[in-house]
Structure formats: C-alpha cells, structure tokens
Design a protein around this ligand. Sequence first.
Ligand SMILES: [Zn+2]
Ligand SMILES: [Zn+2]
Length: 375
Amino acid sequence: MAASVSKRDYYEVLGVDKDADEGAIKKAFRQQALKYHPDRNPDDAEAEAKFKEAAEAYEVLSDAEKRGRYDRYGHAGVEGASFGGGGFESIFESFSDLFGGGFESFFGGGRRRSAGPRGGANLRVELALDFLEAARGVKKSLVYKRPERCVECSGSGVEPGKSAVTCDTCRGHGQVVQRTGFFQVQTACPTCRGAGQVVEDPCAACRGEGRQLREREVEVDVPAGVDDGMRIRVAGQGEPGEPGAADGDLHVLIRVRPHEFFHRRDTHVILEVPISYSQAALGAEIDVPTVDGKATLKVKRGTQSGEVYTLRGKGIKSPTGGRRGDQLVQVSVEVPRKLNKQTEDLLRQLAELEERNVTPKRKSFFDKIKSYFEG
Ligand SMILES: [Zn+2]
Ligand SMILES: [Zn+2]
C-alpha cells in the first residue's frame, strides 16, 4: 500500500472545497472527465492517469459514507475503493447514470467506429419480487421478448423462394458519387442503403426486417438480499449480435413489493410489534416474525413504548457477501379500546393506587387533589 502515500487529496484532484455539496462535486468531475477522457486524448498516458484519478476521487466523494470515512481517516479510510485495473469502459458503466445519453453520444462514436460485425444491444426488463423472495433469494423464470433472426427467411429479409436483386441506382456498388459544386462526394447509396441489393419481395413474416420479436424464457437466479432498484446481469441474453459478434446482455431491474409489516433499511429489517401495558410493565416473552420464521423476543420489565430491540443477524443477507443485517423490533404499548367489567375494575383500582385522576371522578380522590391545590 506504499502507493497511497503519494496519492493526491481527492478534493484537490477535483478542484473543489472541503465543504462542496453533491452538485458541485458532480459538476467538477464531469468537467475533468470530459477534459481527460481517453477518446479525446488517445495514447496520452498522463491524461489517462488524470482521468482515473478523477474517477477515483469522484467515486469516494460522491458517496456520503465513503466521503465521511475519507474526511476522518484520509486515503487509509477508503482503501480498496480505487478502480484498480478496471478499464475505461467499466468506469463509464459505473457512471453512466451521471452522464446519461449525452456522454454516450459524445464519446460513443469513437468506441463503436471500429469495423466488423456489431454486437447485440443490451435489453432491460423488470422483475417484481415479494419482500421475502428478495430477502431469501429465489429462482424466477422470466418471459420477455427479444428480436431474433427471422426463421422464415433466415434473417435475409427476402421472401423464401425469391432473391434480392441488384440495386439499379448504384448498380450493386453500394456507393454513389454526388456532385456538389466543384466537389465529388462518395456516399452510401440512398436506395439500398449501401447494401448493393434491394429486396423486391420482402419476407412476409418479418416485413423484410430479417428479425422478429420472439418470446423467450430465461431462468434468473436471484441472490438472497437483493433490494429494489438493483440490477442483475444475465450474460448473452440480450439482443443477438450480428454473425461473429457477441450477443448483448439482459439487465434485470429488481422491483420489490412492500411487505405488510416488514420494512427494510439496507440489510436491516424493521418491524413494529404491539405489546400490552401489562407486558411492558411486567416483561414477557413474545413470538415475532422474522424473514426466516418465528423468533422469540424477550421484552424486559419496564419497557417503554417506542423502545427498540435488536435481534442480531436476523436481518437480510448482503447480496454482495457482506455481514447479514439485524432485525430491529420497535415495541409500541397498546391501549385497549374496549374493556370488560373485570378489567375496568382492575384499572380503576390501579388508578387509585397511582393516585391518578380518572373519569368519573371519585369523591375521595377528588378531595385529595383539592386539598393539594389549597396547600
Ligand atoms: Zn444501391
Ligand atoms: Zn423474414
């Protein structure tokens, strides 16, 4: 870890003050990333290093928890946060939300321009899970549609039995020469869009597209602990690439339906449990539900309404392999809405014992209060 000694201060890297807010940090990083992006500085090792440095600084300062640790302990507090060997593509994947489509279109062309067959696009589908399915993990079969090579025309777009004919406009060259003033410009043929051939009898099944949307089913192994908004990548199940190129991936966006009584905060489960006045006062052992079934909660004598008990390790597993969370049980003391005769009598006795004023007022008690006020 000797390398960290020479590391520059993250605030200095981004050129922001120590108290810069989220917006200022984001803006500063965006500027640096645009300036040092490798597509703009090809074969420039220094720009590449600056770009990585900025990305690392941003990764830490944009995360409140990591930033807090960095502020307190410096680089040592966020050891391992660096992108390390990850390439630029992976940096961009991590920040794609920040840059949105704009960044992609700004730099995307540079990366895609290379010749050769195109890889398939990634597809995105949503998968709704129940709270407990997400907490425990589940295997789900997911049905979605993806474009696949048309089975009728084998992807050619031509009606079976017919064939494509040579394009008249470009005579099969795919390119045409246009004259503008003194210049001759060679462009892709507008009739056949560069293919050199035109389809006069398009395939009826795919309307000449060569592709059809087909229903597909994949089994998704959802790990225990996934949370709403997380994404699972299923490699190779996106749009098929052109022959010789890789298929895209399927990104499964997890949606978790709320539970009627469990709530979640990170890997912790929060549960509110009503207990009676007597249980709170005398103590009790009660059964409470957890994500893996029943557990016993010991309510201490003299528990107050709103008090929180922690059932350690009874929360949710971390889908990335961290420590399992706790279940936090908040007890609330319930007041009965209806009383039977016996309970009412007991409560009145209790009130008298506690010298509390209750309705209807009792003469003796009322007198005591009166004498008190009169001193
Ligand atoms: Zn043509
Ligand atoms: Zn077809």
